[in-house]
Design a protein around this ligand. Structure first.
Ligand code: NAD
Ligand code: UD1
Length: 336
């Protein structure tokens, strides 16, 4: 099976590429490198021992996409390309809708033109907004609280409508919770530019001495230790979820919304302590004010994924922390 991955050199796309190549899929990588770089292609070549076709392009370029879908006889698209920073989306909403939503429409036009029938889409638990109940299942209402989340929901709606209009079209819409961790090689992982917004990359930068201490955003939440609780999931589990999703849409048509989470919540302090234990690094922290928009607890109900995808996250918080740190150590060695 020939798979086009959009956003392929990004954090999650590169891990999906590895898992699919390992399973014998022919993979074509597509990315405009707005938030990634060519080093990822080199790393993928080292890990797999294969030269994987990479095309530098934008998902808003419909004609280029049509060419690729035809030339490489693509059977399914795994669509990850998009911008993902919540704060940036609040500052630049038009850019987010243009890149994410118009970009996805452009991709769908190409898909329609070549009569392709299978898409796996990277959505986010952020489409649920503030949890009305826990654990969050796929029937939970959707009410995103920022333009990034809105853009994800709009793409979901467009894909859903297209699935209704187009016979034999199959979409697996995967709503990720909090992906963290890295491939065991330490050659690919998450390396955000500038000061990280998310917890795990921030902790790493404290561990490497780039930042002086972790700011814990509030210890007065309604949780067992007062700090926010989230459903962290290893990026390799996420990647394997895509393999299962491709199997699903190979055999079934129509629309499938599926949570990809571990189903388990961990607090900021639990993540911090586990990171300290696995990295053997002391992580200084200070309790600061709550971050606007943050919630107490969020974690997934995972039964649907288990039933429909026959997939379950299997890696532990230890694995997530160790692999994150291993990736940062390797990056440090390679860059110094
Ligand atoms: P990432 O930024 O590392 O990867 C996204 C990739 O898309 C980047 O390599 C970027 O260069 C590329 N890209 C962006 N706009 C493009 C365009 N117009 N044309 C071509 N390429 C473009 O992010 P990630 O963490 O790997 O996330 C991948 C997807 O998963 C995103 O759609 C994101 O919204 C979704 N998601 C991520 C998380 C998370 O926490 N990382 C959670 C839920 C959902
Ligand atoms: C964030 C995004 C969400 C995205 C998700 C993916 C926001 C508001 N939401 O969610 O859209 O889908 O990442 O991973 O950005 N924390 C600290 N100090 C820090 C960073 C975080 O204490 O420096 C705390 C937060 O308050 C939260 C927890 O760590 O309790 C996790 O935060 P983060 O990694 O940013 O993820 P989310 O807020 O769940």
């Amino acid at each position: 099976m020939n798979i086009l991955i959009t956003g392929a050199t990004g954090y999650i796309g590169s891990h999906i590429a590895l898992v699919l190549i390992h399973k014998g899929y022919n993979v074509v990588l597509y990315d405009n490198l707005s938030n990634s770089n060519h080093n990822v292609n080199t790393a993928l070549k080292i890990i797999t021992g294969k030269i994987i076709p990479f095309i530098h392009g934008d998902i808003r370029d419909t004609e280029k996409l049509v060419e690729i879908l035809v030339d490489y006889k693509i059977d399914a698209v795994v669509h990850l390309a998009g911008k993902k920073a919540v704060n940036e989306s609040i500052q630049k909403p038009i850019y987010y809708y243009e890149n994410n939503v118009a970009g996805s429409i452009s991709l769908l036009k190409a898909i329609e033109k070549v009569n392709l029938k299978k898409v796996v889409f990277s959505s986010s638990a952020t489409v649920y907004g503030n949890p009305q109940y826990l654990p969050i299942d796929e029937k939970h209402s959707t009410n995103p609280t920022n333009p990034y989340g809105q853009s994800k929901l709009q793409i979901e709606n467009i894909l859903f409508d297209y699935t209704k209009s187009e016979q034999n079209f199959g979409v697996a819409c995967l709503r990720y919770f909090n992906p963290v961790g890295a491939h065991q090689s330490g050659l690919i992982g998450e390396n955000p530019k500038g000061i990280p917004n998310n917890l795990m990359p921030y902790i790493c930068q404290v561990a490497t001495g780039k930042l002086p201490y972790l700011k814990i955003f509030g210890n007065d939440y309604n949780t067992h230790d007062g700090t926010g609780v989230r459903d962290y999931i290893h990026v390799m589990d996420i990647a394997e979820g895509h393999l299962a999703a491709l199997n699903l849409i190979e055999n079934t048509k129509g629309w499938h919304t599926i949570n990809l989470g571990s189903g388990q919540g961990y607090s900021v302090l639990e993540v911090l302590i586990t990171f300290e234990q696995t990295s053997n690094k002391f992580i200084p922290y200070k309790i600061e004010n709550r971050r606007p928009g943050d919630i107490d607890i969020c974690f997934a109900k995972t039964e649907k994924a288990e039933k429909i995808l026959k997939w379950k996250a299997k890696r532990t918080l230890n694995d997530m922390c160790w692999s994150t740190w291993n990736f940062h150590l390797q990056s440090f060695v390679n860059n110094n």
